[in-house]
Design a protein around this ligand. Structure first.
Ligand SMILES: C[S@@+](CC[C@H](N)C(=O)[O-])C[C@H]1O[C@@H](n2cnc3c(N)ncnc32)[C@H](O)[C@@H]1O
Length: 649
């Protein structure tokens, strides 16, 4: 099959960046309209539609002298292409008489070679090139001569493949998963095996992002406490005085330079060395500051150290010299008030516990880590690591986070329960229940803080054929496979429009115990806003929305690709969305929501999709239905084909 008309227009591509929102106009004629068979893709599309998308109908594409543009290429690569055919006429002879391709064709072939394992066929008059030293030794036109010439083309194509720069690590490791449909994990319903945890742990990017987010959360938590004028941890000075804040954060500088004229609240004077020990500074810094104070300095570049400004001093004095000695020895370790309590829920084999300990070391904050998982095998590993690696900073628990009662209120709740579509591993349901362990004053933090799913219309007849193959294995044909969502590494699937946001979730939920609004409501004052029961009723994780897209080209719409982006905490984002994808992160492949029947779309066509997230007492599921360009049936109605179970094994 030729890839492009002999001389014809490239299929029109409205850029994915252009405004493809509501009110977009319908596309102009491009030579790819109904019944127009100038474009070889249209011939092919008609043929395979007549053959009812038969799985044994595959393509060999002829590489033209005038190469197709990007749209044509992407659209072809989404088709079941098995081979590329190169005519000998495309080759030129180099100075030594060997056949070589133009730079443009070299680039084109390299581009397709990295995508998947295609066959390359060379045909035509192989011995028409000027003879090289090698081929001159055989009789022109003989079988031997043709075979020697053919060898030169093969060698050249091999050389081209070898000259491709090293593939990104992800492609090298996961290339075999390209366009390979997998059932999404259900870590709540099933216990993950060790191999699956190992795959997670092999992607350093996710854990780097988590460590940074936990680091920011520890700093933010300390700041909240300062703002509240409360004492936290071992003597984090939370008197509210500018000076104490300046000392703790090392950001402000006392303007006065004179203790008597100090604008900080409270009388200036000599701060206690302990006040500095407990001020939230990293141990090394605290020591330097303490030494200066011992030498009688009351003002430093970190600000005024007005002793009287610090209410905590009374507590410290009450604790006596032993506590002081212990605290001085352990840095910011174990003073009354305790370290920041971080719970890692769904800890698996413990990588997020490591992230927490590293973040704590970086931030100079003392932490007590509670690590919980419901998978008994993972819990064994956690115990082993606590004994041999982490020591007393980590306490391990087995059980379901939804009914867990930790020994102390939790300040920071860390979890990674995200699926390829964000909420599809039931992170919202698990974290809503787990947030009850957060401190009751509404200051508790969740990492992740929020996440959003996204969908984009795609063409991938290959995926459609694969799914039809699953369905056809069962007699009578089982339609459930045609309305199930999958996980798949999409490399040869073409997006027909930019992804649009679908469902958003935030943690802790303001409507539930442990959330910010719940704090005010939990007092039970009927005159001051809704009580906790009403807030609970206001809360739901069911959602529905209608999304509108505008198709960028003529194609067979076969389904929708799903992504997510997530704010872990503060400025730390983690994303699989094509535009904001976290570089080199491979922990999640996209999702794919198929259409039972592919729908033809043309450039500029409106594509509208209605999507629901629904639940019962036992399960959560998605439903989806096409509303335009044609109205289609509701897929997975009532969760009949695919749902995520809420019961834990
Ligand atoms: C996607 S894995 C993440 C594991 C680990 N945190 C990591 O990043 O490698 C999710 C983990 O959460 C656990 N999990 C899921 N739902 C849970 C629940 N309701 N209670 C406790 N653990 C749960 C699973 O057993 C699994 O170990």
């Amino acid at each position: 099959m030729p890839m492009a008309p002999a001389a014809g227009p490239e299929p029109q591509m409205r850029g994915l960046d252009s405004d493809d929102g509501e009110g977009a106009s319908t596309g102009s004629g491009t030579g790819h309209g109904e019944g127009d068979v100038d474009d070889p893709w249209d011939w092919w599309h008609q043929l395979r539609t007549l053959c009812d998308f038969h799985p044994r109908l595959n393509l060999a594409l002829e590489v033209p002298a005038d190469l197709p543009g990007e749209v044509s290429l992407l659209r072809w690569l989404a088709e079941p292409v098995k081979a590329f055919h190169l005519d000998a006429d495309l080759f030129m002879a180099n100075q030594r008489g060997f056949p070589v391709l133009s730079r443009l064709h070299q680039g084109f072939l390299k581009d397709v070679m990295v995508r998947t394992n295609y066959h390359f066929l060379v045909g035509g008059r192989l011995d028409a090139r000027p003879d090289s030293e090698d081929t001159m030794r055989s009789v022109p036109g003989s079988l031997e001569a043709v075979s020697r010439h053919a060898q030169l083309y093969v060698s050249y194509l091999r050389h081209l493949a070898r000259s491709i720069p090293d593939q990104p690590a992800g492609d090298a490791l996961f290339g075999s998963y390209n366009e390979f449909l997998q059932a999404p994990l259900q870590p709540l319903k099933e216990h993950l095996d060790s191999q699956t945890y190992e795959v997670f742990e092999n992607d350093p990017v996710k854990y780097q992002l988590y460590e940074e987010a936990i680091y920011q959360a520890l700093l933010a938590f300390t700041r909240y406490m300062h703002q509240d004028g409360r004492r936290i941890g071992e003597g984090e000075c939370v008197c509210g005085a500018d000076a104490a804040m300046a000392a703790a954060t090392a950001t402000a500088v006392c303007q006065s330079g004179d203790p008597g004229a100090c604008t900080c609240r409270g009388p200036a004077g000599h701060p206690s060395p302990r006040a500095i020990q407990y001020s939230g500074l990293a141990p090394g810094r605290a020591k330097a500051l303490r030494d200066r104070v011992r030498n009688g300095q009351t003002h430093t570049e970190w600000g005024c150290l007005g002793e009287g400004a610090c209410r905590c001093l009374e507590d410290w004095a009450a604790e006596g010299p032993e506590a002081e000695a212990e605290a001085l020895e352990t840095g910011l370790g174990s003073f009354a008030g305790g370290p920041i309590v971080v719970a890692v829920v769904g800890a698996g084999r413990g990588p997020l516990v490591n992230c927490t300990l590293q973040a704590a070391a970086r931030s100079g904050r003392a932490v007590s880590v509670l690590a919980l998982d419901k998978n008994p095998n993972a819990v064994l590993t956690l115990h082993d690591r606590a004994r041999n690696e982490w020591g007393s900073a980590v306490t391990v628990f087995g059980g379901d986070m939804r009914d867990w009662r930790p020994p102390a209120p939790v300040d920071v709740l860390v979890s990674e329960l995200l699926g390829s579509f964000g909420d599809n591993e039931l992170s919202p349901e698990c974290l809503d229940a787990a947030q009850a362990v957060l401190r009751p004053d509404g200051r508790g933090i969740s990492v992740p803080a929020c996440y959003t799913s996204h969908l984009a219309p795609v063409t991938s007849p290959r995926l459609h054929e694969q799914i039809r193959g699953f369905a056809a294995k069962e007699k009578p044909l089982d339609p459930k496979w045609l309305e199930t969502h999958y996980v798949v590494r999409l490399r040869n699937t073409m997006l027909l429009a930019r992804p649009r946001a679908v469902f958003h979730f935030r943690h802790p939920s303001p409507f539930l115990p442990g959330g910010h609004a719940a704090e005010g409501a939990s007092g039970g004052d009927p005159g001051r806003g809704p009580g906790p029961d009403r807030l609970r009723r206001l809360h739901t994780n069911d959602r529905h929305t209608v999304l509108h897209f505008t198709s960028t080209c003529a194609a067979s719409l076969t389904g929708f690709a799903g992504y997510f982006d997530c704010t872990l905490f503060g400025s730390v984002h983690m994303s699989t969305h094509p535009r904001t994808h976290s570089p080199d992160m491979e922990s999640w492949f996209p999702c794919f929501f198929p259409l039972r029947t592919p729908v033809d779309v043309r450039p500029g066509d409106r594509i509208s999709l209605q999507v629901w997230r629904r639940s019962s007492a036992t399960a959560v599921w998605y439903e989806w239905a096409l509303l335009a360009p044609v109205v289609g049936q509701i897929h997975n109605s009532g969760g009949r084909s695919c749902s995520m179970l809420l019961a834990s094994s």
